[in-house]
Design a protein. Structure first.
Length: 101
């Protein structure tokens, strides 16, 4: 019985001609390129990750610049305070010297 079924299958295959050449399934080439790109490490994300990375870098740069500006202002403020205290100390010493004579 099995031989009969196999013979029938082989006869059917022999009668069938090449009606249409085999084609790639729809979207196959896109999937192949995506897998290839991902394996090379050049796959692009949906853009949110790169946007977040840019925002984080920009925020870090703004924080660094603001910190440097604040430190500079504090140093200048201390220098001015020291200049005033030195001037007041000089004037105070001169006044004390005048009264002590």
């Amino acid at each position: 019985m099995k031989d009969h079924e196999i013979d029938r299958l082989l006869r059917s295959a022999a009668q069938a001609g090449d009606e249409a050449p085999a084609e790639m399934p729809f979207g196959f080439d896109t999937r192949v390129v995506a897998v290839w790109s991902h394996s090379r490490g050049t796959a692009r994300t949906n853009g949110i990750a790169s946007l977040l990375r840019r925002v984080a870098l920009l925020s870090a740069a703004v924080i660094a610049i603001s910190t440097l500006a604040a430190v500079r202002e504090i140093k200048q403020s201390r220098e001015q305070y020291n200049d005033f205290t030195n001037e007041f100390a000089i004037a105070d010493t001169a006044i004390q010297d005048e009264f002590s004579q």
